[in-house]
Design a protein around this ligand. Structure first.
Ligand code: ZN
Length: 275
């Protein structure tokens, strides 16, 4: 079972309870040594002020979430989206985050071409590589569940992420974020994680509830759903991955409504018993 020293908590897990300073304070209070920050919240508080808070707290950053959505067929809109990712990379660098979680983007409803959307996503990443390199922040491309392919991510599997990495040939600055919630259903998961190997640069956990009410905002606490989280973790760690295990729970109907201490204590308990 998981060693608490590897625990990272994503700010989105306490999205509705905490401001950014309150989140950092909560992490420190519960002796959580690593966290990942949510871009909207950071910008609300101010990037520089947040960077100073993080530095003072001594809390390590496992990532910054998120940038991307670069699949628009409109050239101006696509350029604007890429510029926004560059700003997100700058912010991640200021915060000391090693990677920016990259969400590809969906399918244009007028164009109706997933193939074109995928091509543009890949071209977009290629275009962002020099900037990522210049600020020293990895683009952690994150496959997301295919049910949100239309709106969020035309990148859906770890295998597809590996093929994109093959094409990009930039392993120094492009890696893969594996999120249990997004990829657990994949019949080829074990082989694909093995093939992704050293490219895996981030690992996110949460559970899939049998009676899920919302594909994005109803994630479950580890142990409450159907995902074999320790099993997937073992697959990831067999690649040599030795990084943080980041708990990322979007939960409108449950965890966002609970007391912060209760959420963090439950995470710590389930990290040991069900991760
Ligand atoms: Zn994730």
């Amino acid at each position: 079972m998981a060693d608490l020293a590897k625990l990272s908590i994503h700010q989105v897990t306490l999205l509705q309870q905490c401001t950014t300073p309150q989140f950092i304070e909560t992490m420190a209070h519960h002796d959580v040594r690593c966290a990942s920050l949510w871009r909207d919240k950071v910008r609300e508080h101010g990037v520089e002020r947040t960077a100073a808070l993080v530095a003072d707290s001594g809390i390590t950053m496992s990532g910054y979430c998120f940038g991307g959505l670069v699949t628009s067929p409109d050239a101006r809109e696509a350029a604007r989206a890429r510029d926004d990712v560059r700003r997100a990379l700058d912010e991640a660098a200021a915060l000391g985050a090693p990677c920016l979680v990259f969400v590809a983007g969906g399918v244009d409803p007028a164009e109706k071409s997933i193939a074109n959307a995928r091509t543009r996503a890949l071209d977009g990443i290629a275009d962002l590589i020099p900037h990522a390199r210049s600020v020293g922040v990895k683009l952690a491309i994150e496959p997301l569940h295919p049910m949100i392919c239309a709106t969020r991510s035309v990148l859906s599997t770890v295998g597809q992420a590996t093929r994109w990495c093959d094409k990009l040939a930039a392993d120094d600055i492009v890696g893969i974020a594996v999120d249990t919630y997004a990829v657990w259903w994949d019949p080829d998961l074990e082989a694909e994680i093995a093939r992704a190997g050293k490219r895996i640069c981030a690992f996110h956990v949460s559970d899939w509830l049998v009676d899920t009410q919302d594909l994005r905002f109803d994630r479950g606490m580890m142990g409450d759903g159907v995902i074999d989280i320790p099993g997937i973790r073992a697959m990831v760690e067999r690649t040599g991955f030795d990084g943080w295990v980041e708990v990322e729970i979007f939960s409108q109907r449950n965890w966002w409504k609970r007391d912060t201490d209760e959420v963090v204590e439950t995470i710590q308990e389930r990290f040991e018993s069900a991760t």
